[in-house]
Design a protein around this ligand. Sequence first.
Ligand SMILES: [Zn+2]
Length: 146
Amino acid sequence: MVGRDPTEIEKEIKSRYVLTSKDYENGLRQGKLLGLKCKDCGAITCPPMIVCQRCGSINVMPTELSGKCEIMTYTVIRVPPEGFEAPYIVCLAKTVEGPWIVGRLDYDPQKMSEEMLGKTVKIKGVFAFSDKYTGGEHVCPVFGLA
Ligand SMILES: [Zn+2]
């Protein structure tokens, strides 16, 4: 065999995940926004990845974010993917800790406008969904005006 055993590589990668996507979603279900704090540069990474979003260090630890965010951009979905109901608003929000996260905005899609950009929102719950591609139920944050 050339190189390392693939199962060993997989095991090593799994051992480096201090916070998985599943942990992130379970946190959201419990009303917590979880991310990673870098022990080298102090940056916050959210949603979790294997490395620090800023410096690439693997020296990261789980941390809880405030859930307070600012709306940076949005789109109103009027033609939904299979299994979803429209209209609804998807927005990209910047957490006060720094990272940008995606979620739904609990607001009237007919009234949504650019005046909402910069508004302060807070995570007020989750939207649960399952589709034929990802298998199993997933959740995303739902933001409400603060
Ligand atoms: Zn870092």
